[in-house]
Design a protein around this ligand. Structure first.
Ligand code: IPE
Ligand code: IPE
Ligand code: MG
Length: 243
């Protein structure tokens, strides 16, 4: 993407969150297995991560496995864990070299020991990188996140009079990230599927029929173009001088 084209974007969202959906349908339409779809859905990730950094996005959050995805067939779950492990092994050095800081959101203790260890090592290795913060939502659920926050608040004996939006957000998995500005969902579904339900209160949404494995740099650019046309009011009315 040339610098000239990028200049046409006046606002770059600080935080973009993506619901990477449609791997299964992408595969079935090609007569392949759902797992082949999940594998294909990791091939384009490097391009999207690199493009995000190039566009000036500071935080990228990707929804990779939800707390509800445990309800899928055992073989699919095992395959997904394997693919995630392979992906980490394959991509970690490149991510580190490109200044990507890896973070995890969700329940890490709910996944296999070996994968947990790999994720913790990747977080440790990249913790000082600043080019792009990559939050990987794996074994993540928005309701689960809010419930664990409430439990922690109660356990800490926090005075409820001291609780406000900002204080509450400190107990969420995303405590270190600003709220998303733009959420993208691929594959033509129009729902949030338990993704960042607290944090997305004022996010802008972008939906595309493209299945996740086909989502590329140009599609991300199109989402940013759409974002540039949005008028974020946060419940207010525009002042005359802003009209
Ligand atoms: C998204 O693709 C990846 C995960 C949820 C892990 P899907 O597997 O949901 O693909 P579809 O929606 O069935 O096509
Ligand atoms: C959301 O997709 C979860 C991820 C992309 C990881 P799903 O495919 O699980 O969502 P539903 O079931 O269509 O709502
Ligand atoms: Mg799906």
């Amino acid at each position: 993407m040339s610098k000239e084209i990028l200049k046409t974007l006046h606002k770059i969202p600080t935080h973009v969150a993506i619901i990477m959906d449609g791997n299964g349908r992408w595969a079935l339409e090609r007569g392949l297995s759902r797992l082949a779809g999940h594998k294909a859905g990791t091939e384009n990730l490097r391009e999207i991560i690199e493009a995000s950094a190039e566009f000036g996005i500071k935080y990228l959050t990707i929804y990779a496995f939800s707390t509800e995805n445990w309800k899928r067939p055992k073989e699919e779950i095992q395959g997904l864990m394997r693919i995630f492990k392979t992906m980490l092994d394959r991509e970690l050095n490149n991510l580190h070299k490109n200044g990507v800081q890896l973070r995890h959101i969700g329940r890490l203790d709910g996944i296999g020991k070996e994968l947990q260890k790999k994720v913790r090592e990747a977080i440790e290795l990249t913790k000082d990188n600043q080019t792009l913060i990559l939050n990987v939502a794996f074994n993540y659920g928005g309701r689960d996140e809010i419930l664990q926050a409430v439990k922690q608040i109660v356990a800490n004996g926090v005075n409820v009079d001291d609780l406000d939006d900002d204080q509450f957000a400190k107990y969420l998995y995303t405590a270190e990230s600003p709220d998303p500005d733009l959420v993208i969902r691929t594959s033509g579904e129009f729902r949030c599927s338990n993704f960042l339900i607290w944090q997305n209160a004022y996010a802008e949404w972008y939906f595309t029929p493209t299945y996740w494995p086909d989502f590329n740099r140009n599609e991300l650019y199109q989402a940013l173009v759409a974002y540039n046309e949005r008028d974020r009011r946060y419940g207010k009315v525009k002042q005359d001088k802003e009209k």
